[in-house]
Design a protein around this ligand. Sequence first.
Ligand code: VGL
Ligand code: ZN
Length: 204
Amino acid sequence: MKALLIVDLQNDFCEGGALEVPNGSSIVPVVNKLIDSFDAIIQTQDWHPSGHASFASSHDDKEPNDTIEMDYGTQVLWPDHCVQGSEGAEFHPDLRTKKSQVIIRKGFRPEIDSYSAFYENDHQTKTGLTGYLKTRGITDLYTVGLATDFCVKWSVVDGIDEGFKMHIIEDAVKGIDLEGSLDAAWDEMKSKGVDVLQSDSILK
Ligand code: VGL
Ligand code: ZN
């Protein structure tokens, strides 16, 4: 069984948001069309408490895009974004969310960031998505959303490691691109064996 996985299609990652992905909102009409082709729809929502450890503002002398060493490895520091309950954490207002059956919130632990829909950045703490998918008999995930080089990439890579067949719909994702991170993300996903496709191959 297949499902559509809509990653972090939230105001703060769209134009004018705190952690803007260039042209982020341009994928919304494509995702809205794709929704009709799926019976199972899953969304993720970046959902940080204020003062989250991934925010540059939580550290002395740090700016967004600087990095720090956490217990679990190197962490990029971000502007404050997707703060729980804020407008920036809401889904894009034009996104059709009514058909979504489960929303995985992630990044709510103050000391750990969480890019992937499956694991937090310590690569130990699970979101519970694997169990949900297995319980429902979902084997194939068609991934769309933001940002290609962070939350989308980590979801795809972890999904493959968790034993799912991962697909990425190229015209329904957009990236941030910090120092070549976008090309690196595509290389990593492809070397892991992701299936890359275009939305029209599903919509036709
Ligand atoms: C994301 C950076 C920080 C993402 C979330 O959705 O790709 N990136 N939090
Ligand atoms: Zn975040």
